[in-house]
Design a protein around this ligand. Structure first.
Ligand code: PLP
Length: 381
């Protein structure tokens, strides 16, 4: 029996999502066809769109289905009709790389040592350029994630959205890690665009969505058919979309009760961890974090070795973002937070979710304790 503690990389498929996908796969039909099979597929796509729209408090026409979260982030950043791009220093690589690929000026706003964006620097950045270059030539796209994939730290997105709008900019948030873990309401956050990804909620991989406020237009990035109201050509991934919607529905259904349980598990995990290794660092512990994420490091215990040892014992965790794992100097996010290289090389992310139990915590702690003891013995020898 494996102990899967890497929900931020991919959350295991929820049974409701599997069931919805199997039914959709058996149904067949192209949602753009006008015959009965096509109409049935269209009805399923639109029902799924409504489920996701309801979950976020938006109208269905604002939901554009995409291939993955990465695609939605690329669409928002490359397609925004702006002259410059402002992002935080802890964005996912697909936001950073998409911004760089535009060839437009990219300004990066630092974070504090907990990983929270420096709002005063953002305001100054918006304000200084505002006076010189404001509309129509100096319009900015600001992109700041709702919750960080490595630390789980939650950004003050509503404040960032308000600031951006005050300076006439467009605001996008990557809410991939937040959906299903904390309440996410598009209108309350006051954002213009939001990215989601199915496999972080317990839906299938390879489906995402970009939520767009009415009035926001993007340059076309896929040229093809008129699907998704002309905003994203290509036959919809009907089964994937049905699975995504079923997962969102299931995640929100058990939201409060399950999230309280998951937070309790995470807190139990951290207290046990500190009991067996008092020198452990827990990143972002002093600020608001996702209830399921724990990003830890114990100096000297190299993350790559620990990860392999844990894997051999049947435990799956990660060294941070799946995309940046393997980099020798450790996490870019931790570097932005001012964490020294030695500690960065020891960082391990443990992320809980709907499959997690107290047994998982016990198993991890048992093996962790052995690894720490072995390390201490070697260090003392
Ligand atoms: N944004 C964040 C914060 C993520 O954690 C991820 C996935 O790791 C993505 C975007 C990319 O999503 P996808 O895997 O659907 O392309």
């Amino acid at each position: 029996m494996r102990t899967y503690l890497d929900h931020n990389a991919t959350t295991p498929l929820r049974p409701q999502a599997r069931e919805a996908m199997m039914a959709a796969l058996d149904m067949g039909g192209n949602p753009s066809s006008i015959h009965a099979e096509g109409r049935a597929a269209r009805a399923l796509v639109e029902k799924s769109r409504k489920t996701i729209a309801d979950a976020l408090g938006v109208i269905p026409a604002m939901v554009v289905f995409t291939g993955v979260g990465t695609e939605a982030n690329n669409a928002a950043i490359k397609g925004a009709q702006v002259d410059r791009i402002i992002i935080s220093d802890v964005e996912h690589s697909c936001v950073l790389e998409a911004a760089r690929a535009t060839g437009k000026p990219v300004e990066i706003i630092p974070v504090d040592d907990n990983g929270v964006i420096a709002l005063e620097i953002l305001a100054a950045t918006l304000a200084s350029s505002h006076e010189d270059t404001f509309a129509p030539s100096g319009k900015a796209l600001v992109s700041v994630m709702l919750a960080n994939n490595e630390t789980g730290v939650i950004q003050p997105v509503a404040e960032v959205a308000e600031l951006t709008s005050r300076f006439g900019g467009v605001f996008h948030t990557d809410a991939v890690q937040a959906l299903g873990k904390i309440p996410v309401n598009f209108g309350l956050l006051g954002v213009d665009m939001m990215t989601l990804s199915s496999h972080k909620v317990g839906g299938p991989q390879g489906v995402g969505a970009l939520i767009m406020r009415d009035g926001v237009t993007l340059d076309k990035y896929i040229h093809g058919g008129g699907q998704e109201l002309g905003r994203r050509g290509g036959t919809e991934n009907v089964a994937g979309i049905a699975g995504f919607a079923a997962a969102v529905e299931a995640a929100l259904e058990d939201n409060t009760k399950k999230q309280i349980e998951i937070k309790a598990l995470r807190d139990l995990f951290e207290s046990k961890l500190q009991a067996v290794s008092p020198d452990v660092t827990i990143f972002g512990q002093g600020v608001e974090r996702l209830p399921n994420t724990s990003y830890i490091a114990l100096e000297g215990l190299k993350a790559q070795t620990t990860l392999i040892n844990l894997d051999l014992e049947g435990i799956a965790v990660s060294t941070g973002s799946a995309c940046s794992s393997g980099k020798v100097t450790g996490s870019r996010v931790l570097k932005s937070m001012g964490v020294e290289e030695g500690l960065r090389e020891s960082a391990l992310r443990i992320s809980f979710g709907w499959t997690s139990t107290e047994k998982d915590v016990e198993k991890f702690i048992e093996i962790w304790q052995q690894l720490v003891e072995r390390h201490n013995q070697t260090a003392a020898a």
